[in-house]
Design a protein around this ligand. Structure first.
Ligand code: SF4
Length: 323
């Protein structure tokens, strides 16, 4: 069933302008959310605006913004609002980005302190235009938050650093975020259609590299479903992630930002998400969040506490080493 044409966001994607319109499916009830507008939401918005920050919550048109901003949970997007990739699922603006702002690391750190965040998630646009993909800047943001808010735990959601020197990703790993997240987004068969600028095995290798270099760092990755993947393909990706040592898996329903974006193949039901969650736990993930509205950073603070507790329980139950 078709719904209204979304023309408000189409101008953000010049590279998609000449694509044929696709039908936008009407959302089922389980994906309907309340319009944002609470007191906490407005306070979070004021802080974000007054510090001149960009959030992925707004740029990606996330359906959870009302809920998250009410409890002051905003995911900041660094290195500008313009991405050098043009993924078929993503609502972030595509184009030629601005120069990096050297004041950004401290501005982000100040906002984290002002919001009194116990846990913060930082993500970024892809910066293929920069020699290091922006890794030095990303690492500087992590260090500035650590210096300004030493007890805040830091989760990062990074680009893939494809075709950048190996040292680029390593610089961020060495800044020692608590959680290193890089989303695989979809199954390998759909990469050329959905994530044409990325390579599945490169992304998987990045996650593996984090564990090799700093085994104490939690790794996290996410998938969207509803793009035409099969359950078997999702299960294969779970196995690939476990082989790369990924601790935490998120799975959510893909929502189509405009008629020019990849169409929704189908809506997975809440019961199907529950089944995926059970399978993922059986495959050995420490933490799994799988639901229609799951996003990488949704409930990230509570999930981090559970992730840490799950690792401690695993260590306690491990058989003692013999000499
Ligand atoms: S789920 Fe993440 S991106 Fe969406 S509103 Fe919440 S913090 Fe922002």
């Amino acid at each position: 069933m078709a719904t209204l044409i979304d023309t408000t966001r189409a101008h953000r994607h010049p590279e998609k302008r000449n694509r044929p319109d696709t039908e936008v499916l009407r959302k089922p009830d389980w994906l309907r959310v309340k319009a944002p507008g609470s007191k906490g939401y407005l306070e979070t918005r004021n802080i974000v605006k007054s510090k001149g920050l960009v959030t992925v919550c707004e740029e990606a048109a996330c359906p959870n913004i009302g809920e998250c901003w009410t409890i002051r949970h905003a995911t900041m997007m660094i290195m500008g609002d313009t991405c050098t990739r043009a993924c078929a699922f993503c609502n972030v603006i595509t184009g030629q980005p601005q120069a990096l702002d050297p004041t950004e690391p401290q501005r982000v750190a100040d906002a984290v302190a002002e919001m009194g965040l116990a846990h913060v998630v930082i993500t970024s646009v892809d910066r293929d235009d920069l020699d290091d993909g922006g890794s030095a800047h990303f690492a500087a943001v992590v260090r500035a938050i650590r210096a300004t808010s030493p007890v805040t735990t830091v989760e990062i959601l990074t680009p893939d650093f494809l075709r950048k020197p190996v040292a680029a990703a390593e610089e961020i790993i060495d800044a020692r975020p608590d959680v290193f997240n890089h989303n695989l987004e979809t199954v390998p068969r759909l990469y050329l259609k959905i994530r044409p600028g990325a390579r599945y095995y490169h992304s998987l290798r990045l996650l593996e590299r984090v564990k090799e270099r700093d085994p104490a760092q939690f790794t996290k990755s996410g998938l969207m479903v509803g793009l035409g993947e099969t359950k078997e393909e999702v299960m294969q990706v779970m196995d690939d992630m476990r082989s790369a040592g990924v601790d935490f898996l998120t799975i959510g329903q893909y929502l189509q930002p405009t008629r020019k974006h990849a169409p929704i193949d189908r809506f997975w039901t809440p019961d199907e998400f529950k089944a995926l969650e059970a399978i993922a736990y059986a495959k050995g993930f420490l933490m799994v969040s799988a639901s229609p509205l799951t996003r990488s950073s949704h409930h990230a603070g509570e999930d981090f506490a559970r992730l840490r507790a799950a690792r401690e329980a695993q260590v306690r139950s491990a058989p003692a080493a013999t000499v």
